[in-house]
Design a protein. Structure first.
Lengths: 345, 345
């Protein structure tokens, strides 16, 4: 991965990281020893479409203030953001249906935005801005510090409110024409389902298995549903087993397309239930084409709940910092919070 | 793409190319001005599992003889082969169900092979052996010489007897842990179909749309079926429109996974019917998530029926040859033959 865009200073003492989700935004400032301060807020969804970018700048200023860092001296920011993205005059704009009211199909957003000019606003304050899809950033972090080190062909998957993928083949993160590689949560899996995704499609992976969609269809929170299934409630168990089968099929489709050897699975559903769901997923994944799936393994993230923050920082990080972080594992000393999930929408 | 493996001579005067399909094998020898001779035979399927490799060597010797080239002086061979592959002691073996009787589900093969030691046999005769999946080789050729030049994120797809993909993201061909990236023809598209693929799966892309599967289900050759549909036969038209819809969905799934901007589509079905199928495919591809599919285009191969041969040669080609080939387009002067399709099985 090219983590050193042209113009990037190699001598910054500090850098900023942003984790932008549909629900929450987190801003972090770090030095070469690790994160110094982190502040969060619900993601802004009213005003002009510059609001999320301006909120991000304000949060980063607050984080810098908390850490005693002069914001104006920080040259680089790494951004882990929900997508998809489009490029406008070569600058990345976010077109996420859970933030932009002019795109979303649910009609519950207090704006009519059709895009958010994220890179434009951030470039007014930073010399270097590196924006990646949240699961791509998480994948980068797991490859640098976590459970995907030295795995050339691998993926990060979040099973949470939404479903997202970050993909790496032959040692290189995949981005695609607009940085949208990894939206495999929108792969169409069946034409016989009435389950509808937030994007409007019927029967895509997210419609069939995401926490948000399971909640809409079964009127129980994902936590209640998965706990009931674990405790033996027959109806909940049937629903969860079916969702798990679709999730395993999605991993199969990605494996047969990309010849992946390992998946790290994050997100609240897997974090709490991966222990008993894993054999079901492995069974579905491995029962279709053994020549392609033999030896494929699953794992939880090595960075736990901070994979998005560390991923964002890593995107902006000078090349000589990761070695020290691999040793000191600063994410282990970050203040605990309610676990959240990159890609959660 | 790394076309210069270690040990590769940069000063070879000649190089060999092999196109190995489930039906036919083609051997070509070329110099820096273009192909000099080409011979073909039905792919060997009896004897020991070394037979296809030994047949390949014999055919290459014959091609060299026809061209007045000393086989023993040729150091490099590029191989475009049907897959999947496995690696055994770091050497590529072919585990294609249409060649290996110990794997195929149809029970019509005169052998019990579970693999073909292709690289091992070829390395007994060549200093450098570069083997790629046939659609990856075709993609490499289209990127070097054809209709995918300067397209960073793109794919080659064959719609023929079988369905195969070659994938390129961010300017790099995708290979995966065993060189099997691109087997997206085995993506599962529905759980409600009784259409069975040669691999045994129900409802994968190949089961739903490949020429072989359409022929098995409707007892008409793909040529008859597609011609009847074009001529307005109502039943044939319904079948073909349905298949085309699945094909478009497969392209959508690949686009949403990899953020591709252009597909080159080869194979006999597209070659003969792409003109009227293209609007149907585009409609299905573009009706699910405009943010990801806007601007995605389709095209036929620039290298026509010789894309596999040129692809194989390109894999072994010194870095200074392609410039001349782009100018002289030697594939335009190769003797015509019945069009065949990389990935055809």
């Amino acid at each position: 991965m090219n983590r050193m865009p042209s113009g990037k200073s190699m001598h910054s003492s500090y850098l900023c990281g942003l984790d932008i989700g549909g629900t929450k935004m987190a801003a972090t400032v770090a030095d070469r020893n690790g994160p110094l301060a982190r502040v969060t807020e619900p993601t802004a969804k009213s005003g002009t479409n510059r609001a999320p970018g301006e909120q991000a700048v304000a949060l980063l200023k607050k984080a810098c203030n908390d850490a005693g860092v002069n914001f104006d001296e920080v040259e680089s920011v790494g951004v882990s953001s929900c997508g998809p993205f489009v490029k406008h005059q070569d600058l990345i704009q976010m077109v996420a249906p859970n933030i932009c009211g002019g795109i979303g199909k649910q009609g519950d957003l207090p704006n009519t935005w059709t895009s958010v000019p994220l890179e434009e606003v951030l470039r007014e304050h930073f010399r270097t801005v590196t924006i990646e899809n949240d699961c791509v950033a998480a994948l980068a972090a797991e490859r640098a510090f976590g459970n995907l080190q030295d795995i050339a062909s691998c993926a990060y998957v979040t099973w949470s409110t939404g479903i997202g993928f970050g993909l790496c083949v032959d040692g290189r993160l995949l981005r695609g024409k607009n940085g949208n590689a990894g939206h495999a949560g929108h792969m169409l899996m069946t034409d016989q389902s009435t389950a509808q995704c937030g994007c409007g499609n019927l029967g895509d992976v997210e419609a069939l298995v995401s926490g948000r969609n399971l909640e809409m269809r079964y009127r129980r929170s994902p936590e209640e549903l998965f706990n009931a299934a674990r405790d033996g409630d027959a109806e909940a168990h049937t629903i969860v087993v079916e969702a798990t089968r679709w999730f395993g099929r999605a991993l199969f489709n990605v494996t047969t397309t990309l010849d992946i050897s390992k998946f790290v699975i994050g997100g609240s559903i897997w974090q709490h239930h991966g222990d008993w769901l894993e054999p079901l997923v492995i069974h579905e994944l491995s029962s279709h084409m053994p020549a392609l799936t033999a030896g494929v393994t699953l794992s939880s993230p090595g960075l736990n709940a901070f994979v998005a923050d560390i991923g964002a920082l890593y995107l902006a990080m000078p090349e000589d910092w990761p070695i020290g972080w691999r040793e000191s594992k600063p994410w282990k000393h970050m203040p605990p919070e309610k676990p959240e999930c990159p890609g959660g929408k």
